[in-house]
Write a protein of this length. Structure first.
Length: 221
């Protein structure tokens, strides 16, 4: 027994997956294809995807927003969790990786639920705000450039409905956020985000040690 979050060794992690992961075949194939890339570690962990899908269902999400799509795993897992008339807007700047994403979204039959917008996320979020989409999203997943997180957070707060949930990926950054020797821009940006969220009265929060660390922030009414 432990009253502190367990550090998972490989054996326990494999056990966790073996008794809980329900990964649809199309997601497993996307993970397999991405695994061969040099930048494969950008993809979220499968148990994290399953957790996010459950969360979307728990909050009855219909509209979801994603910043940072890569080869499309998180978008696909979320789109599969949305109702038939649900919508996910996916933001990225990379045409090559998102072409892979679109291939799998079509294979899974959810391409009608996902709208990909290519371009710097800040511009796309500004367009959504200026286009009258404030307060219309139930969920937002932030997983792009780490130095942009605080900007995406402020814009996301405008786009979420009261009670809507933001999820910030990589908040533990492989442990570097707690390493005094790590001072690179990304690590500093994630530390600043964590400090900001800890004290921010506009949201309820929980930092969940799943994957590379996922902070959930619920916008207060
Ligand atoms: N969520 C993805 C998944 O589950 O596979 C992984 C996202 S990956 C960690 C980060 C993505 O952010 C990359 O695909 C990159 O092209 C994108 N990105 C980086 N800077 C960006 C920016 N300024 N605007 C939009 N997307 C950006
Ligand atoms: Ca990530």
């Amino acid at each position: 027994m432990s009253n502190k979050t367990l550090a998972l060794d490989d054996r326990l992690y494999d056990y966790l997956l073996s008794v809980s992961l329900r990964e649809p075949d199309v997601l497993a194939r996307l993970r397999e294809e991405t695994l061969h890339r040099a930048d494969a570690e950008m993809q979220i962990a499968p148990e994290q995807g399953q957790f996010m899908a459950l969360l979307l269902k728990l909050i009855g999400a219909r509209r979801s927003l994603e910043v940072g799509t890569f080869t499309g795993y998180s978008a696909l897992v979320c789109a599969l969790a949305l109702p038939e008339d649900g919508q996910l807007i996916a933001l990225d700047i990379n045409e090559e990786t998102t072409a892979i994403a679109q291939r799998y979204w079509a294979e899974a039959g959810v391409e009608n639920k996902i709208e990909l917008r290519l371009g710097p996320a800040e511009d796309s979020l500004r367009n959504l705000i200026d286009g009258g989409d404030q307060g219309s999203f139930d969920f937002m997943f932030i997983d792009a450039d780490k130095t942009g997180y605080l900007t995406y957070y402020e814009m996301g707060l405008q786009l979420l409905r009261p009670g809507g949930v933001l999820a910030f990926d990589n908040v533990l950054w492989a442990g570097r956020v707690a390493d005094p020797g790590a001072g690179d821009d990304d690590t500093q940006a994630l530390r600043a985000l964590n400090v900001q969220l800890h004290a921010d009265p506009r949201v309820d929060i929980s930092m969940v040690p799943i994957g590379d660390g996922l902070t959930l922030a619920r916008k207060l009414g």
